[in-house]
Design a protein around this ligand. Structure first.
Ligand code: SF4
Length: 240
């Protein structure tokens, strides 16, 4: 009984950190509970996007910076023609944990920075709930350019862009990977299973432990998944 109460208390603390104390209205989070305290990452976003991007690039290791310089003008697929910004990734170049999403969305394309906007703010809260900050992790996407209207990546786009992600993994050498969303999980694992299947299994990407969980944007749309997301966050905390 004591353990159950402790679990409930821990869950409620996490819920409050991630979703705030406001109620959901029509399945959406209210503007109020998405307001987060300004932190280093968000302050950077508020600078002009090129300044914020430059701040991020300046934090890269020489090898990562050299790789960025090699690929940031890529035109290997049609998304190179429609992007506003190439979104390489951001964070600690020596991170033990790397989060991988699917592709930049509208806000990321505008700013050239991964996971900004509402989903990015939620990700920050999720990280904080397990004692992490953006500066502890590296975050990147499978695709470095935004698919129009945020559609799913096409097979030839993944084919052309995935080697960039592989090279980032080779340079950063994280000890744990977290795939945010079904598509990131499927691409890394070369499987077609649903997210609900992928998130149940202990997985490896090559020899690195991999956890597949919800994309924060999906959690914003489907708050009923928050309890499962908490289970996944606990798994991440346990192995990091
Ligand atoms: S999505 Fe990837 S492969 Fe396509 S243009 Fe952008 S960086 Fe190049």
């Amino acid at each position: 009984m004591e353990k159950t109460l402790e679990d409930i208390q821990t869950y409620l603390c996490w819920y409050n950190q991630v979703y705030g104390s406001d109620l959901y209205i029509d399945g959406e989070l209210s503007a109020v509970n998405l307001a987060v305290e300004p932190d280093q990452q968000i302050r950077a976003v508020n600078l002009s996007s090129s300044k914020a991007q430059q701040q991020i690039i300046d934090q890269f290791s020489p090898e990562l910076k050299q790789f960025y310089d090699q690929i940031h003008t890529c035109q290997k697929c049609d998304l190179g023609k429609t992007r506003k910004h190439f979104v390489f990734g951001a964070g600690n170049p020596n991170a033990d944990i790397m989060f991988i999403g699917e592709a930049p969305g509208r806000d990321e394309d505008e700013q050239g920075i991964p996971f900004v906007g509402r989903a990015g703010k939620l990700l920050d809260k999720m990280l904080a709930a397990i004692g992490l900050h953006r500066s502890d992790i590296f975050i990147a996407n499978v695709l470095k350019c935004r698919p129009p209207q945020n559609r799913d990546p096409l097979p030839d786009e993944i084919l052309h862009c995935e080697p960039y992600l592989k090279k980032q993994l080779e340079i950063i050498q994280p000890k744990v990977l977290v795939a945010l969303g079904r598509i990131a999980g499927q691409v890394l694992l070369k499987r077609t299973d649903s997210l609900s299947v992928l998130r149940q299994e202990p997985l490896l990407y090559e020899k690195t432990p991999l956890i597949v969980t919800y994309h924060p944007a999906a959690l914003l749309r489907n708050p009923q998944w928050k309890q499962n997301a908490w289970i996944d966050l606990k798994k991440i905390k346990k192995i990091t």
